[in-house]
Design a protein around this ligand. Structure first.
Ligand code: HEM
Length: 372
């Protein structure tokens, strides 16, 4: 919202436990902070502006999204070796196939269809299960557990129970891969012989949670946005080759990771004429950075044929999203196929009646009834 920018690029903000820290809203400061090792991502230091979360627990081995260099560097390097161009390219025909199957499913069901349940959620879910080597039949459990984990309103006990459920499952999976390795990413990690079972199960956990609801919400909220911006939808329909551009602009415009990008100052740092003291938490608003009028012309306007370079929807610095190429492939195939197969796609309810995910760490829609 524009009010965020009215507060200025760096302003004081009270966190959920009462600590006073900082809110960052400018694109320039966001990139500077995320690339600066004086600001830590370590889980045990983290504070949330929204809820007093699990931050008092030490970060688990392998949970590299919540670690700094050099621990982070080691895991990230091992993982980058698994997210190879070859493995991503191998997934393309499979992603197209999975997408086609879900289009067929929507046709069989007939309109109206909830796009979230029939398209946006199952596709990334299936893709991440195939990547990790998780049996797809277990997906309902993961969808429930990840949704509980990302909820900002559920009691903390439910969040913890969901975390434990996925951890237990992942540990069993690692053991199974050790006995009978396949061609999947978890088997690849097992065969490196460099990581403990606990590290691998936490890595699997991280990939599953990070890679699943994010892409699903981009597909669903992206479709909602296209259907409620008919002029932009027409631009994309008139030239399918714009889909790569459209994906980048939707990433910028929607920036679904709207809570949770937090850091903690490890020492006193002077920034933008203000003194950030050692130990103070910072909440970085990626949506505000991506709508910063100092960085983007007409930042609040969706322009699918513009040149949306430099957005921070995937973060920035050492923690920049590991799965971004995979997410881009899924979105390109997802949007292009959906629009091609349903030339008359439309919302089946009024736009203002679509339930938005105000209560979740990843923004999006809870459901999206569509017809054609
Ligand atoms: C990190 C966004 C899809 C795996 C991040 C971060 C953002 C992000 C903003 C940085 C977090 C921080 O700095 O605190 C997104 C969005 C996605 C997406 C918007 C979809 C459109 C995926 C997928 C995967 C994935 C498909 C896995 C297959 C990860 C991992 C990290 C990460 C492992 C941590 C990287 C690190 O700490 O080095 N993502 N992500 N993400 N993402 Fe994604």
């Amino acid at each position: 919202p524009p009010e965020l920018h009215d507060r200025g690029p760096l302003s004081r903000l009270a966190f959920a436990d009462g600590t006073v820290g900082w809110l960052v809203t400018s694109h320039k400061l966001t990139r500077a902070i995320l690339a600066d090792s004086r600001f830590s991502a370590r889980g045990e230091l983290r504070k949330s502006p929204i809820r007093d979360n699990l931050s008092d627990e030490p970060t688990k081995p392998g949970m590299f999204i919540a670690q700094d260099a050099p621990e982070h560097t080691r895991y990230r390097r091992l993982l980058t070796g698994q997210f190879t161009v070859r493995r991503m390219n191998q997934l393309i025909p499979r992603i197209q196939e999975i997408t086609n199957e879900h289009i067929e499913g929507m046709r069989r069901h007939g309109p109206p269809v909830d796009l979230v349940q029939e398209f946006a959620l199952p596709i990334p879910s299936l893709v991440i299960c195939e990547l990790l080597g998780v049996p797809y039949d277990d997906r309902a459990r993961f969808q429930r557990d990840s949704s509980n984990m990302l909820s900002l309103s559920k009691p903390i006990e439910e969040v913890r129970a969901a975390v434990e459920s996925v951890e237990g499952y992942m540990l069993d999976l690692v053991k199974a891969k050790r006995e009978q390795p396949g061609d999947d990413l978890m088997s690849g990690l097992v065969q490196l012989n460099e990581l403990t079972d606990e590290e691998m199960s936490n890595i699997g956990f991280l990939l599953l949670v990070a890679g699943h609801e994010t892409t699903a919400n981009m597909l669903a909220l992206g479709t909602y946005t296209l259907l409620t911006n008919p002029d932009q939808l027409a631009v994309l329909r008139s030239d399918e080759s714009l889909v790569d551009n459209a994906v980048e602009e939707l990433l910028r415009y929607l920036t679904i990771v709207h809570f949770g990008t937090t850091r903690t100052a490890l020492e006193d740092v002077e920034l933008d004429g203000q003194l950030i003291k050692a130990g103070e938490p910072l909440a970085i608003s990626l949506p505000a950075a991506n709508r910063d009028p100092m960085r983007f012309v007409d930042a609040d306007r969706l322009a699918l044929n513009g040149t949306p370079t430099g957005h921070v929807a995937f973060g920035h610095g050492i923690h920049q999203c590991l799965g971004q190429q995979l997410a881009r492939i899924e979105m390109r195939i997802g949007f292009a196929t959906l629009l091609r197969e349903f030339p008359t796609l439309r919302l089946a309810i009024e736009p203002q009646d679509v339930p938005m995910r105000e209560d979740m760490a990843i923004y999006g829609v809870h459901s999206l009834p569509v017809a054609w």
